[in-house]
Design a protein around this ligand. Sequence first.
Ligand code: PMP
Length: 358
Amino acid sequence: MTAAAPAPRAALDDIPAYVPKPPQPPAVGEFHRLFLNENPYPPLPSALSAIAEAAAQTNRYPGILPDRLVDALARRLDVPLDHVVTGPGSVGIYQQIGQAMLSPGDEVVYAWPSFEAFPIVVKMAGAVPVEVPLRGEAHDLDAMAAAITPRTTAVLVCEPNNPTGTAVGAAALKRFLDRVPERVLVVLDEAYVEFHRTPGAPDGVDLYRDRPNVMVLRTFSKAYGLAGLRVGYGVAHPRVAQALRKCAVPCGVGRVAEEAALAALLAEDELFERVDRITAERERLATALRAQGWPVPASATNFLWLPLGARSSAVAAGLEQRGLLVRDFPGAGLRITVGTPDSNDLLVGVLEGLTAVR
Ligand code: PMP
């Protein structure tokens, strides 16, 4: 076609694609998806039956909001109903935040590298990203606090951090939150919180209870193993939560997704056995890779970070050839999701052979 198409908003020119290029599976043979921090295990039988039952009613719209799920979450988290927000994945809630809370020209402070949706959400709203480099592999909370100006309207904190897997811990996070002015919204993204069950791990919901400017985001995509159904949730001050609901896509959480999430909440004990398996595998994998000489920072998530700098793309390519699809951050490092023991064994074996590029 030669005719000029209508011009999208200029603000979009500068917005990166969410995942630049998914890794390519080999033409033949098995491959292992270790690039999206998914749960390697299928949904539990109870979630699968809830899915099948709900599927039979998909000729009907779900509620404007997933009311049953909101109710279950409010009880589980011990918060009032009108503090709960939901969306099609927590990325869906980020879009609500962008629409409801950010205006053109606002400054939004976040660490970098961190969750790759951050610059997208901020720029989409016409706001200005203020990226604060990590110190080593962790948040530099002092520098983040210092980056807040009178134009800052939000701070985005991913705890534990994606892609580095690091956690700052409850005490440091509290000290940081105490330095953020009350007019600034803090989005505490706890997508991986269930994998961080050590003493001293912060619980964002407790932090939000005392701080009206703190909201917490969580997801059913990781520990709960329902990434394919797209359910995210969060808690926020009712003034913020109400604004977010105004910007939510109506019926944005489908009926099947809602029922599966409810079933997963009820089956939490079983799910947490899997979470324990994944965190045990994470430690086994980290120990094996460190023994090979790879630099692997401690992870509080379901993935490991290899800060390989300029060598990261070569190592990613070597892994890809053997069907191990990992997430390359060119020039920075590799993020490798903890998989099943079989995937992890293969990974250890292949990385052993790649130590020349280490
Ligand atoms: N936050 C972080 C930090 C993530 O890593 C991810 C997924 N990669 C998400 C949010 C999005 O999760 P969801 O599937 O709920 O949209």
